[in-house]
Design a protein. Structure first.
Length: 419
C-alpha cells in the first residue's frame, strides 16, 4: 500500500489545502491514489489540469485518480467525463475528514463518484486544519476563503464560495506555534484578503488582525500580507503598513486594468485615480514600499487606447512586479458574453505588458545596488529582501535565517550580494 501522491495546480491557497488533504488522507488510510488539486482561474488552467490527469494515468496505469480544487468545483462534469478519473470532489468536501474516509481502499466503491455540493452555501472555512505550510524560510497561513464580489471575468467565487474568515484567536495561535517552530516570516493568505472579518462578530477588519498578530506574537520577525484590494484597505491596515517595521514593505494589488470604462465593465470597485492615489499616499507614508499588481490584457471591448491606459498605470502607480493575465473567457461569467478581443491582439498586448514589467523590475534592481538589506534565506544561495526581491550569494548561508547583505549588482532578474 503506497501513500497517495498529490499534484497542486494554481495558487498558494491550493498549496495550503493540499497540505491539509495529505494529513486527512493519511489519517483515513487512503492508498494507491493520485490526487490532483486543480485551478480554474483561466481556461488554460483547466486545460492544464486535464493534461496533467492524462499524464498521470499514462505513467501510473491502474492507479486511482482523485480530482478536486476549483476546476472540479466549477466543472465537475468535465472531469467526471474523463475515463481516467476515479473520483471528483468539491472544494468544501476535500477539507472534510469523512470524505477521505470514504476513499479508503475497502470503501472506494461504496461512495458517490462525484461529491460536489453548492459551495455558495458553505458558511465556514477550514483554516484550523494545519499550522501553515511553506519552506523552511516562511510559512503561509490561511485566514480567509471565498469572495463576496462578482467581477465579470472571474469564476473563482463559484469555485471558492462566499467569503469566510478564520477567527483572529485561531490565527494568532497558529502563528505562535509557527514562530515557536523556528519560522521567521509568516504570510497571511486568502482569496479576498481585505474582506477578512466581515462575517465575524463585531466585523473586525484586516488591519485589526494584523495589529493583533504583531502585538501578541512579539517574536515574529516578519509578517507579510498577500494580494489585497487597495480600495478595501481599512484605516488600521493603512496605519500598520505605514508604521509597523515588522510588516514587510511589499503589497501585491488586485488592479486588473488601468482604464475606467474597462474597470466598470469588469465590475471592479475602484477607478484608476483611486489606485494611483492609494499608491502615492502609501509610498509617501512608507518610502521603501513597493508594489506588485495583477493586470489583465485584452479584456472584452478593450481598445488600443484603453490598453494604453493600463500601460500608463504601471508608471503612474510606480509598480515593480507585474503579474500579467491574457484574458480568457470563463463559461458562465458575464465577460464571456461581451464582445471579445481577437486572440492575437490579446497575446500581443500581454507581451507588451510583460516587457514593461521587465523594464520596471530592472529599474528597481538597479536602484538597490550599493544598498544594505536584510535577507531571509530561502535556500543556501538565495534569499529575499524586505520587498520580496531575490538576492543571490556566492557562498552558502543558513536557510531560514535573516541576514544582512550589501547589494553589489544585478542580472536583470535577481540582486547579487557579496560572498
Amino acid at each position: 500500500m503506497t501513500p497517495p501522491v498529490f499534484t497542486t495546480l494554481g495558487c498558494r491557497l491550493n498549496a495550503y489545502e493540499t497540505e491539509a488533504m495529505k494529513d486527512l488522507a493519511q489519517a483515513a488510510g487512503v492508498a494507491n491514489a493520485h490526487v490532483v488539486n486543480t485551478c480554474a482561474v483561466t481556461a488554460e488552467a483547466v486545460r492544464k489540469a486535464r493534461q496533467e490527469i492524462r499524464r498521470i494515468a499514462r505513467e501510473n496505469p491502474g492507479a486511482s485518480i482523485i480530482v478536486t480544487g476549483c476546476a472540479a468545483q466549477t466543472e465537475p462534469e468535465t472531469f467526471a467525463a474523463m475515463p481516467e478519473v476515479t473520483r471528483v470532489i468539491g472544494n468544501h468536501e476535500k477539507m472534510q475528514p469523512e470524505t477521505w474516509v470514504g476513499m479508503a481502499p475497502d470503501l472506494i466503491g461504496e461512495t458517490e463518484r462525484v461529491q460536489v455540493d453548492d459551495i455558495l452555501s458553505v458558511r465556514e472555512t477550514a483554516g484550523h486544519l494545519i499550522d501553515g505550510f511553506g519552506t523552511r524560510a516562511r510559512a503561509y497561513v490561511q485566514v480567509q476563503n471565498g469572495c463576496d464580489h462578482r467581477c465579470t471575468f472571474c469564476i473563482i467565487p463559484y469555485g471558492r464560495g462566499n467569503s469566510r474568515s478564520v477567527p483572529a484567536g485561531v490565527v494568532v495561535e497558529q502563528i505562535k506555534r509557527l514562530v515557536g517552530a523556528g519560522y521567521n516570516e509568516v504570510v497571511l493568505t486568502g482569496v479576498d484578503l481585505t474582506s477578512w472579518g466581515a462575517d465575524l462578530p463585531a466585523e473586525p477588519k484586516l488591519g485589526d488582525l494584523v495589529r493583533r498578530i504583531l502585538k501578541l506574537v512579539p517574536d515574529l520577525q516578519r509578517l507579510r500580507i498577500s494580494s489585497i484590494d487597495s480600495v478595501e484597505a481599512d484605516p488600521a491596515l493603512i496605519e500598520a503598513i505605514a508604521t509597523e517595521p515588522r510588516l514587510m514593505p511589499h503589497l501585491h494589488l488586485s488592479l486588473q486594468a488601468g482604464d475606467d470604462m474597462i474597470l466598470k465593465r469588469m465590475k471592479r470597485r475602484h477607478l484608476r485615480d483611486d489606485a494611483i492615489r492609494f499608491c502615492e499616499e502609501m509610498r509617501a507614508a512608507r518610502p521603501d514600499l513597493i508594489y506588485g499588481a495583477d493586470i489583465i490584457a485584452g479584456f472584452p471591448t478593450e481598445t488600443e487606447e484603453m490598453f494604453e491606459n493600463s500601460l500608463k498605470l504601471v508608471e503612474e502607480c510606480g509598480l515593480t512586479w507585474l503579474h500579467v493575465f491574457p484574458y480568457s473567457p470563463r463559461k458562465g461569467t458575464p465577460a464571456a458574453r461581451m464582445p471579445q478581443v481577437a486572440k492575437p491582439q490579446i497575446k500581443e498586448r500581454a507581451a507588451r505588458l510583460r516587457a514593461l514589467g521587465e523594464t520596471v523590475a530592472a529599474r528597481h534592481l538597479a536602484q538597490q545596488v550599493g544598498r544594505d538589506h536584510r535577507v531571509l534565506m530561502e535556500n543556501p544561495r538565495m534569499g529575499r529582501t524586505e520587498q520580496f526581491t531575490e538576492v543571490v550569494f556566492e557562498s552558502d548561508r543558513p536557510v531560514g535565517q535573516i541576514l544582512p547583505a550589501r547589494i553589489l549588482g544585478h542580472d536583470g532578474r535577481q540582486l547579487q550580494a557579496g560572498s
